[in-house]
Design a protein around this ligand. Sequence first.
Ligand code: SF4
Ligand code: SF4
Length: 67
Amino acid sequence: MSKIKINKIRCKGCSLCVVCCPKKNLKLEDKLNEAGIFTAVVVDENNCTGCGFCFIMCPDTCIEIEG
Ligand code: SF4
Ligand code: SF4
């Protein structure tokens, strides 16, 4: 299993990572952050295969994959 890290400062809440994850392992936060954005968040850290789709799709290079 891999872990991903999302840079919450750079994330603009576009949802591209959410729709591309084959494991449906990403969603947008329920609450707005200080900048008025619903940022992306991991649903279940143990459910990530490390496929890299979210990393490739993010237009703002907010996502890092570990392991
Ligand atoms: S690396 Fe793949 S499985 Fe993991 S969160 Fe990103 S798209 Fe989903
Ligand atoms: S693709 Fe990038 S900018 Fe868009 S919601 Fe996901 S992490 Fe945020």
